[in-house]
Design a protein around this ligand. Structure first.
Ligand code: HXC
Length: 510
């Protein structure tokens, strides 16, 4: 008996050793933790249950039969985050660069299937060089199996990817299908192929950082939803994110005890909007002052900063916040902002998270760059996402709600449930200057007449009362009472039930 127990321990130790001391030391020297160290930080203490520790690859090509490591480059299993079940896989860069064999793929597919069956998120920690080159098509088929599960799980359980090393090929395509991608600054990279392959194929010299560092993906491409300083911070923040989410679309988001008075008033909000309509202010101040304990998990904070998205709580219940940011490009809706917000709105809708929308938007961004980049299609994504969403939707217009952007930003007519405006709201087809220059073109040379026309236009539209008198706004509210009104609105919508017409699926403009 003792011998068999010793055998088990010996085999376990072999799996835990991964690619060996030298490679583990190299991993640490790069400022990266190992696959197992990462899981121990991500999960509650002593909650990890590992699966398939003894799985090995089955390849005989290129001398691989003599080169097997138990676990085969990925650690998989289940664990808990603040007591709630999650499924995990963590790529081990010390074993064949974390690359994916067929056996390695089967381990990941197993946790994906369990997660869907049992209704719990899947969190993948990536540090891997893509398809195991020695395995050829077996590896490609393994990726396809994972991609399929990613797609089937989309909208069923939350899927979170953390990029924690150089990741290529399938190890970026699988994350691309998941709900959130986070990176670690200066040690993680995402590209379809790495710099060496780029040099061979197109003779371009490029560094890992320039090709796929966090500056590329968290600031410019929008592929990543955020970047953190190091492994520890990234994993701590993923724990924080999971606390906001339901475990699956079969659940409502978790309720947490809140110590923040739901009736709390914020007098300072009465002066947040400057008297001059062209002066910016920080919409984040409103969000932080309204939500529980100023706890806001912002998503993509460094990309398309003209729109703010993220998760917060109101009276203990999770909400998704979407808000124009007048401080950046006057809060205009452009291609990047529309894509960023549309995907988030769809995520919230898929996981029963009510939407709170703060509006101060001068319209869609005009110009050739935007038109050539397909603003029409990208803007339509946000419109589509809001219109199809059946979760509770509460909207507050703080200042401008001009043109198509008024319609798009969760307006009453696309099934906004409760739509409020601050007294400072201006709801119109466009701003006074542009409007007057179009409808009173004959007066353009006459500065006095134009000024009078503008004043007339402002008096008519630069307020929320026309919209309120038509019922497009449910009420004009005092800024200081915003939190209280939102809490009450969401409480009244807790049992909202609305069905979209039967369909196989919709056809969102892509
Ligand atoms: C097998 C691999 C590997 C791979 C790395 N290794 N990538 N083994 N298959 N794909 C091994 C190396 O041989 C090495 O082994 C160890 O991992 C570390 O790799 P290094 O190159 O020394 O590390 P580094 O310099 O940090 O570079 C990391 C890297 C680079 C950027 C990931 O290895 C790289 O470019 N790899 C290939 C990336 C790629 O093009 N993959 C295929 C994508 S196609 P030793 O024994 O020395 O430790 C794909 C198709 C899927 O994934 C379908 C998509 C739709």
């Amino acid at each position: 008996m003792n011998t068999i127990l010793e055998e088990l321990e010996r085999r376990r130790a072999g799996a835990r050793a991964g690619g060996g001391e030298k490679r583990i030391a190299a991993q640490h020297a790069k400022g990266k933790l190992t696959a197992r160290e990462r899981l121990s930080l991500l999960l509650d203490e002593d909650s990890f249950e590992e699966f398939d520790m003894f799985v090995e690859h089955r390849s005989h090509d290129f001398g691989m039969q003599a080169n097997r490591v138990p676990g085969d480059g990925v650690v998989t299993g289940q664990g808990a985050i603040n007591g709630r079940l999650v499924y995990v896989f963590s790529k081990d860069f010390t074993v064949f660069g974390g690359s994916l064999s067929k056996a390695h793929a089967e381990k990941i597919v197993k946790v994906q299937e369990m997660a869907m069956r049992n209704g719990a998120p899947v969190i993948g920690l990536f540090d891997a060089g893509g398809a195991r080159i020695q395995e050829g098509v077996d590896s490609l088929a393994g990726y396809a199996d994972i991609f399929l599960q990613n797609v089937l799980a989309s909208g069923v359980v939350p899927q979170i990817s953390v990029i924690m090393g150089p990741c290529a090929g399938g190890d970026v395509y699988s994350p691309a299908i998941t709900d959130f991608i986070f990176m670690v600054k200066d040690t993680s990279y995402m590209y379809v192929t790495g710099p060496d392959v780029v040099k061979t194929v197109i003779n371009e010299d490029v560094s890992h950082e320039e090709l796929g560092g966090y500056r590329v993906h968290a600031l410019k491409s929008g592929v990543a939803d955020g970047a953190f300083e190091n492994d520890l911070e990234a994993l701590t923040q993923v724990r924080r994110l999971v606390d906001f989410l339901p475990l699956s679309s079969r659940e409502k988001p978790p309720l947490r005890d809140s110590f923040d008075d739901p009736e709390r008033q914020e007098a300072s909000l009465d002066t947040l909007v400057p008297l001059n309509p062209n002066k910016p202010y920080d919409m984040k101040e409103l969000i932080l002052k309204v939500v529980d304990e100023a706890d806001f998990f912002e998503i993509s904070p460094d990309y398309a900063k003209n729109i703010i998205i993220g998760l917060a709580r109101l009276d203990g219940a999770t909400v998704g916040v979407v808000a124009n940011q007048p401080q950046v490009l006057a809060g205009v809706l452009d291609i990047d902002a529309s894509r960023k917000a549309a995907r988030f709105v769809r995520f919230c809708d898929a996981f029963n998270i009510p939407l709170v929308t703060f509006v101060d938007v001068p319209g869609f961004m005009p110009g050739t760059r935007q038109e050539q980049g397909a603003l029409i299609k990208h803007g339509a994504k946000l419109l589509f996402a809001y219109a199809e969403a059946t979760v509770p939707k509460v909207t507050v217009i703080t200042r401008k709600a001009y043109g198509g952007a008024f319609d798009v930003m969760s307006s009453k007519n696309i099934r906004g449930d409760l739509n409020y405006a601050w007294p400072t709201a201006e709801i119109a087809v466009m701003g006074p200057k542009q409007a007057v220059e179009i409808i009173f073109r004959a007066d353009i040379g006459d500065a006095e007449r134009i000024a009078a026309r503008e004043a007339e236009y402002k008096a008519h539209f630069a307020n929320p009362f026309v919209a309120a008198s038509r019922g497009y706004i449910d009420d004009v509210i005092m800024p200081h009472g915003t939190r209280r009104r939102l809490v009450r609105a969401l409480a009244s919508l807790r049992n909202k039930s609305v069905q979209n017409p039967y369909k196989k699926h919709d056809n969102i403009p892509l």
